[in-house]
Structures are given as structure tokens and as C-alpha cells.
Design a protein around this ligand. Structure first.
Ligand code: CMP
Length: 138
């Protein structure tokens, strides 16, 4: 089934100038970019975006990190996009990420971990709508 997922190239990747290499990997793995823009989230945006993690021990660190600089948000489309993109990202902890995945190549640690991808098709729908209006989609 053709699906869409929401991806975010996180501030560490943007700062380290990895965005171009990450975009190439994404396209080379068969994803079509259906929307893309730069965003610098403020604390309120980040707390809302990561609402399901409210109260977890890493929540404040996560919010501080994601607001620390600009990100690149994208809607990606392909067959089985949600699960396939999570495979391409690799495990949350770069030390556990499989070789060749985005996090194994570019992430620093569990917080500065290079990339975000929706974890379910329901969340993909919510997250794509969080960032993009209909007019911003290709
Ligand atoms: P992301 O896929 O953007 O969604 C939730 C984020 O929480 C995740 O990436 C990690 O950056 C962060 N996260 C999840 N688990 C931990 C953890 N144990 N310690 C620190 N950060 C975490």
C-alpha cells in the first residue's frame, strides 16, 4: 500500500551539513518527497509535536534539542513508507543502529540522533498535518 510518512532532518544534521547526504539516501531508497520546508520549532511547537512523550525522563532534553536550531521537515511517500523509513533511520540509539542506516552514519547519541520518522500510519497522518497545509504539498 502506498503510504506517506513524516520525516524531520534534526538540528544536529542541519548544523553538521549532512542534510544533502541524508536527502540523497532517502531518494535513493525510493521515497518521493511530497512536501519539504525548513522549520525552527519553538518550545510550544516542540511540546505539542512530542506530546506523546510528555512526562518521560528524556522529554525536556528532547524539547531543548529539537528547538536548538532549524530542522528540515518532509512528507515522504512510497509503498510501506512508515516501516521502510524506520528501517532506513535505524535504532534510536546510534550505537545500536544497523550499518548503512541514517543514524549509524550521522547520529551522535540518543538525543542528537539525526532524523525523525513517524512510528505508525496514524501518527504519520497527524504529524504530516502538524507541519504541512494542503497548499504546501506537491
Ligand atoms: P524521535 O524518533 O524523534 O522521537 C522521539 C525521540 O525521543 C527519539 O527520536 C529520541 O531522540 C528521543 N528518545 C527516545 N528515547 C530516548 C532515551 N531513552 N533517551 C533520550 N532520548 C530518547
Amino acid at each position: 500500500m502506498i503510504q506517506q510518512t513524516l520525516a524531520i532532518i534534526k538540528p544536529d544534521s542541519v548544523r553538521n551539513n549532512y542534510a544533502g547526504k541524508i536527502l540523497s539516501l532517502i531518494v535513493d531508497h525510493g521515497f518521493s518527497i511530497k512536501a519539504i520546508k525548513g522549520v525552527h520549532m519553538d518550545t510550544r511547537d516542540a511540546q505539542r509535536f512530542y506530546g506523546i512523550h510528555t512526562g518521560k525522563p528524556f522529554f525536556d532534553k528532547l524539547v531543548d534539542f529539537i528547538t536548538s536550531g532549524p530542522c528540515i521537515a518532509m512528507i515522504l511517500e512510497k509503498e510501506n513508507a512508515v516501516d521502510d523509513f524506520r528501517k532506513l533511520m535505524g535504532a534510536t540509539d546510534p550505537n545500536e543502529a544497523e550499518g548503512g542506516t541514517i543514524r549509524s552514519l550521522f547520529a551522535e547519541n540518543k538525543t542528537a540522533n539525526a532524523i525523525h520518522g513517524s512510528d505508525s500510519s496514524d501518527n504519520a497522518f497527524i504529524e504530516c498535518n502538524f507541519f504541512f497545509s494542503i497548499q504546501e504539498r506537491f
